[in-house]
Design a protein. Structure first.
Length: 569
């Protein structure tokens, strides 16, 4: 539904949803890129889809429904055939004594409403929802992956075996394509295809956790491997050496108020194990990386600290944590804020996981000698304003990055360390002089990723002081959770169809933000240890990751189990 431009400006800038200067820039850029303004605003993270949906519904005096918070039964869903749902952007999501509840992107589509009334013989109550929400809900029409693969295997693979076909033939193509489509639709980061003694197990990593998805017959494993090798341009006759490659996939998706092809890379790793060749494919889809700092989980006060810090023209911003905790994603959310025509931003990464328009990105290539250190030296000669180094791994890279930050550049990078304070000590251990660490670093944030409770099956329960003690929480942490109460109500997911019975959908970060004060600078130069630095930062107002996790537990975003899992590893 389109709102007149001036009215939309009034509705979004008046209450403070979007600053007026950012709204005006969005109008201009959306026109240049030929994208509907409402879609542009959501895609660029200027407003949450739900907030824009509520604004539109209120303007047109429609009832609003956020489908992402609804558990839709199969019986209700199929009142509207899938093809009709896709073409007309309509989803049946609930039924009560008064009839069916229908979500539409165009509630004025009276013909559709009349057709549904005639088909069901019941009243139809219409709600407005957004195209993004419709797209997410359409996945409920798919069969379970096990059912779909049963169909493929029964009807096509047996025939393929009988004819002794090559991997390029249709059945194997269908199997690989179906795996990728399911992975894409379910927000999978990695597909594992692992041969075993008598079968091939396929697993998806969703929200950081591996899930068994489907079992394939062992005798077609070789065909699947060959198909993926062909796509990745790897040697099909090599079975006893590790191989790495990648290929590109294009899938149609409804993005906001338009349909478009989502083109993304899949990085492939194949290694020989005792039962055959194991494949891990990483999906590098931009669809799963459109994040703002707020959506990543930064609290308003931490968000403010980061935004104030990145206004400085020089210095270092470091993100730290273990592999897979979202460090690079956080830096890209910052780059999204900094990415303007007036600045030159250059990155060096291994690998470049997704392209960003307006930013020069360099891929590390050890075969040609293009290392982080060598690439960083070249970047400094490219007149950059902002530099992102994918990871500081060694003394040479650390030294060049620190010196770049000292000579008028804003440098963003990641390091592997357990906490923000440990990161400072690790730089000194790498050989960087303490006075350079103290002078160059503006802010360090440590982070972990926790799974979010599924909103469609979330329910509350009470936890007591004794139960928290059994989980080995310290008395200080228990006091932060309970306050003066003996019990407190928190949340967990029961498990439902929407979350594949896991109780979780999506992930969010928990953070600790360490700003370098004058006192901390002096302590760094005096070679204080990590515990001493952390204690001082806490005195100055830093919340450790556990405390940020507790806040997200109390607000129903995640669970105690999740926070313990990532903070006690």
């Amino acid at each position: 539904m389109e709102i007149p431009l001036e009215k939309l400006r009034e509705l979004l800038t008046g209450p403070g949803h979007i600053p007026e200067n950012e709204f005006n820039d969005a109008v201009k850029k959306a026109k240049e890129e030929n994208i509907p303004l409402q879609t542009f605003l959501v895609e660029k993270g200027l407003i949450l889809d739900e907030n824009l949906g509520k604004t539109i519904a209120e303007y047109f005096d429609y009832r609003f429904i956020n489908l992402n918070k609804e558990e839709i039964s199969e019986e209700v869903l199929k009142i509207v055939p899938e093809l009709v749902a896709r073409m007309q952007e309509v989803i049946a999501f609930d039924r009560d004594k008064d009839g069916y509840k229908i979500a539409m992107t165009n509630p004025d589509n009276y013909e559709m409403v009349k057709w549904l009334e005639k088909k069901t013989g019941e009243n139809i109550k219409v709600y407005y929802t957004t195209p993004f929400a419709i797209q997410d809900a359409l996945k409920f029409y798919r069969k379970k992956i096990t059912e779909e693969f049963d169909d493929i295997i029964k009807t096509q693979v047996k025939e393929a075996k009988r004819l002794n076909v090559k991997a390029e033939d249709i059945p194997i193509i269908k199997i690989v394509d179906t795996l990728i489509e399911y992975a894409y639709e379910n927000g999978t980061s990695d597909i594992h295809i692992e041969p075993m003694d008598d079968k091939t197990q396929v697993r998806f990593r969703i929200d950081g956790v591996l899930h068994n998805v489907v079992v394939l017959p062992k005798d077609i494993h070789g065909l699947v491997v060959t198909r993926i090798k062909v796509l990745s341009r790897l040697r099909t006759d090599e079975h006893f050496d590790a191989q790495d490659g990648k290929f590109q996939v294009e899938l149609e998706a409804l993005t906001g108020f338009r349909r478009k092809q989502d083109k993304f890379d899949i990085r492939v790793s194949i290694v020989p194990i005792t039962d055959g060749e194991k494949i891990v494919m990483r999906l590098l889809s931009e669809k799963n990386r459109r994040f703002t700092l707020k959506e990543l989980g930064f609290s308003p006060q931490d968000h403010k600290k980061i935004k104030n810090t990145i206004k400085k023209p020089y210095g270092m911003v470091l993100s730290t944590g273990p592999t897979g905790c979202g460090k690079t994603t956080s830096l890209y959310a910052i780059l999204k804020i900094l990415n303007k025509p007036s600045v030159n931003i250059t990155t060096i990464e291994d690998p470049v996981e997704y392209d960003v328009e307006g930013i020069s990105q360099i891929q590390v290539n050890t075969k040609t000698g293009l290392t982080f250190a060598k690439g960083l030296r070249s970047i400094v000669r490219q007149d950059p304003d902002i530099i992102m180094v994918g990871e500081i791994r060694d003394e040479e890279t650390a030294d060049i990055a620190v010196n770049s930050a000292m000579t008028g550049h804003l440098v963003l990078s990641t390091m592997h360390a357990n906490t923000a304070a440990t990161n400072l000590v690790r730089l000194i251990d790498m050989g960087v002089e303490p006075f350079l660490v103290a002078s160059s670093i503006n802010i360090v944030f440590g982070q972990r990723l926790v799974r979010k409770i599924c909103e469609k099956c979330r329910h509350s329960y009470e936890v007591s002081h004794r139960e928290l003690e059994k989980l080995n929480f310290s008395s200080k942490i228990i006091e932060k959770i309970l306050g003066k109460k003996q019990k407190i109500r928190i949340y967990k997911g029961e498990g439902c169809r929407a979350c594949n019975e896991s109780g979780y959908t999506g992930r969010i970060g928990i953070f600790e933000i360490l700003e370098i004060s004058d006192t901390l600078k002096q302590m760094i130069m005096n070679r204080a240890n990590a515990d001493e630095l952390e204690d001082q930062a806490i005195k100055e107002g830093m919340r450790i990751m556990m405390e940020d996790g507790i806040e997200k537990i109390l607000t129903g975003i995640t669970t105690i189990d999740e926070v313990l899992r990532v903070t006690r590893e």
